[in-house]
Ligand binder design. Sequence first.
Ligand code: PMP
Length: 394
Amino acid sequence: MAMTGERLPYLCDRLQAFGGASVFAEMSALAVRTGAINLGQGFPDTDGPAAVAEAAVEAVRGAFNQYPPGIGYPVLRQAVAEHQRRFWGLEFDPDTEVLVTAGATEAITAAILALAGPGDEVVTFEPYFDIYPADISMAGAERRLVQLRPPAYTFDPDELAAAFGPRTRMLLLNSPHNPTGKVFSPDELDVIARLCVEHDVIAVTDEVYEHLVFDDNAHVPLATRPGMADRTVTISSGGKTLSFTGWKIGWVCARPELVRAVQAAKQLLTYVSGGPFQPAVAVGLRLGDDFFDGLAADLQARRDLLCDGLSAAGFEPVVPQGTYYITADIRRFGASDGLEFCRSLPERCGVVAVPVQVLCDDKAMGAPFVRFAACKRPEVLEQAVERLAVLASR
Ligand code: PMP
């Protein structure tokens, strides 16, 4: 979690850096206390398709209420395999190459615990999704971070190459990327793939925003790049795609021996979870193209609304290629510390954002940026934009 730095009694040293009150919780509490619009946390404020919700209700009334099989119900594994073929041309055997998990969160944690340990290094990018450094620490491994530099959030291929060494065990990639909204290009993925092959490293990819991609950008799974099919653990979940973030149904797709390794850790964490939501997510993954296209188009319109509003208010937003998020430079306000800025924003204009520096080891790089979530109803975003406009008039 993105921490504020307090030390917790009893908590072991390994987790001290990750155990205190998270900045997300602090900002959400601030939103409640001040009546501010919360554009901090990334969850939609409307539910997903009614047909998917109905399928969950039916499953609760039916035969899905006891422990599911350890690898997940066949109907969902089949739907995940179909989805991977339909959208990305990836082939997975639903019986041996798909594992259902408690959200992408458990999939990522289980993959890291299973595949990296003390003495191993995990290469990943910063800013990062906040569980990555915590999971790497829980595994007793070490992180090697490569910077995605604002405003374009590109990385230096030499820096990435230098992060790989004899102890590198894993490359952990999130694309489309939280918090930057970056969608890694095929050329960038090929640089990453070449290094994984050269150093015989396993890649773990977090693709939970796979369907939230805008303009001419396209999501490309790392597993499709040369040499990667057999060495990639591809992770996603139904939360963001189906707008049911509370259901926590995720999955791992990889070759059988990698799936078995991840399952060894997963079965010790939750064993199984989410019985009746599994067949419901299967219904969601089989929805027509109109649903998936509409999802991206709808979110793109919200992104544009919020980006325009942020610009008008005096921010310099980085227009994201995908995801729920927009990062914005605060230096035009004469500010340089995003944490301080976010703590004062609700009082100043009634909107909550989160500071990017809590998602970086290099605080100086993240400090001038704050992150807004665009996954709220248009009327909520319009109201937020109106409130933000007071910053421009000061
Ligand atoms: N990965 C990323 C990059 C995310 O942003 C999130 C949710 N914010 C998750 C994983 C968690 O996914 P799930 O809810 O399926 O556990």
